[in-house]
Design a protein around this ligand. Sequence first.
Ligand SMILES: Nc1ncnc2c1ncn2[C@@H]1O[C@H](COP(=O)(O)OP(=O)(O)OP(=O)(O)O)[C@@H](O)[C@H]1O
Length: 587
Amino acid sequence: MTSRHQDLPVILHNDKRGLLTVEDDRLDVLQLSRDGRPPKRLLSCPLNHFLLAKIAPPSAKLGEIRRLDLHSLSGKEGGSGNALKLVKLHVLVDPINLPEAQEWVDQIMQNSYRGIKRGKKVLLLVNPVGGKGKAKSIVHDTVMPILEAAGCDIDLRETTHRLHAEEIAQSVELIYDVIATASGDGLVYEVLNGLASRPDARKALQIPIAPIPTGSANAVCINLFGVKDTFNIPLAALNIIKGKQLPIDLCSVLLLPSQTRRFCFLSVATGLMVDLDIGTENLRWMGDTRFVVGFLKGIATNKSSKCKIKLKVVEDDKISMARKARDRVKERKGTTAIGKGIDPLSRGLADSKLGQQQDEEPRTPLPADIPNVSSEDNRKNGEEDSYIPDHGPIPASQPLQPDESWMTIDSSASKQKDITKRSSIGSIRSNRLSQTNGNANTDGTLIGGTEQNKKGGWIDGEGILYFYAGMMPWVARDLMQWPVSNSGDGLVDVVVQSIVPRMMMANAITGAGKGEAYWMECQHYYKVSAFIVENLDKTNQQIFTIDGESFPWDTFHVEVHPRIANLLSLDGDFFVPDFLKKHDEKV
Ligand SMILES: Nc1ncnc2c1ncn2[C@@H]1O[C@H](COP(=O)(O)OP(=O)(O)OP(=O)(O)O)[C@@H](O)[C@H]1O
């Protein structure tokens, strides 16, 4: 739905006649000429960049004339850096045009915010030491002015120590429309862990998180804004103001024997991917280049990660996974994101009156909108079937009980006689055709196929360079590790990278940012609903990472909580990588 054409005559700052015109979801501020020359365009912006129109109260200086304030972001998205700039204009309205001006203001605000709450209450957490240590100045110079120009109510808190953001999220009153984090992925991880460990976790996790990229690892921002706009701070600020709810999965990671549970939203890693992150913290000044240096160091060592991996595999056919992911993107085109039509909570509320208080289109439900009824209460009332949101805790994790349908990859398994030499790219199709059918049932169990086939091409005796499980395509701008990942589908994408000659891995760096390593035969790829990873060399491999944070590694069990947490995104979804747009011969 586009906005209808609306003009408002105004007086400009230079006393010249002006016209504010809204057409095709764009605002133009025009200076009119008296001699028939074309009007001069003073500002032109799409309504999705428009922040605020407000008629100021009467002033003694202006008498009957009233001032109209216009705040917007202007400039282009799609550049690195701050291509978008905050623009604040004011024009004057003749008393005769005042009723028309009020109507114009109401209309432009409605068309600029469709379904999005105006003047959000924002909890803004700032990590002053993350990344290159510039979060404070970025927030004060760029983020705050934009949020204030949009009329947001901001509660800014600086984190003073490790896990401070988690403590805040654990105890904060659920009065905010959004929690923004000026940091890297570390603070997002802490906020999610804080919210998820509350007794009212399910309600707390409805508050969406909106990241501002000021850390060294900013994977969430890459996945939300794309590689070019990862560090576009005004765009990240606009996302706080205009972003739509984007439900994401969380994983419970149960650490044994300590029985500690942590929540993961991004990745779980062993082997080279741990050394790459944790072993390069002294290179933080490099920004995300430090991870490339870490990767090169890792393949120089080519050390094997000794572990036993058990996977509840739902799919392992790369061609089919890529095709489905690309079909999803095609389906997504032209759909609006609010509610997304899948999540029962969003859908239920979008359909109800709760969603329609302010605008024509349903507003994204916020925690305060949701009646506090648990499914337990519901059952007591004998209403088993009607959906009522559960606002209680996430139940404690229990060790998983794998059955024979789970797949095992054991780095200590003895080498098979027929182990074949692997090529780097391109033999997926022929490899697949030479196999007998080894596809997945809808319940996730594998059917048919040879032993090797059941293991997604894994051959016992291969060394594991790293195990890497992820929930969003990009982990760094140079590495789209899980190009077919679809956060919100209740599945985790798992990569088991075999040890191969160093040059093969070094060559793979070139296309890694575009997801090309997906097609490498030595990169085994699975969609799983649960997994267990056991450490087979505790002396030499003491840690693994969850979302880039290190933990002692003995054994860990991982299960998924589908669509339980929320981010904000400008179009209500993740950025679509080129990998999912192109249709090459493999798919
Ligand atoms: N004032 C503080 N002093 C020390 N550590 C802090 C402070 N505030 C937050 N932290 C910690 O800083 C870590 C990094 O978090 P952040 O998300 O900003 O960055 P990152 O990109 O993940 O990591 P990096 O520090 O490598 O940039 C987190 O573990 C967080 O707990």
